[in-house]
Write a protein of this length. Sequence first.
Length: 155
Amino acid sequence: MSINAVAHLNFHGQARAALEFYHSVFGGQIAVTTYGDFGMPAELPGATKVVFGQVVADNGFRLMAYDVPGQDVPVAQGAPTTRRENGVTRTEEPFFLSVRGESGEEVGALWERLAEGATVIEAYAPAQWAPAFGMLTDRFGITWILDVAAEYTQA
């Protein structure tokens, strides 16, 4: 048996824009199905919102998203709740999305695209635990960790 854990992001009117952005960053295939596609009359508010969406790339990246029914809620503006203080990450968020690659060049290219319009929490650079590491909150309010896999030896 094989299973995969896939992040499923909940948006309030921004799912299509987020999926298109993540597709532009990570590549692969994008699928977007609206409430209207599932039979909601086109004249009703919300018919064009995303009921199911995903980005799936050959490199293993996979993400799902949809728009929660109801009023659109703008992405929170202002300081993200995640920050670095005295060398420690402080947050009130229940999760981060993590992307790990094998080379600094590969992950650095993803960082550059994902950082467009983002708030950088920790710049992408070498770290004690990884050849490269960075943390940011993207334009949709999602906090990402990008790093390069370190070679570990078991003790």
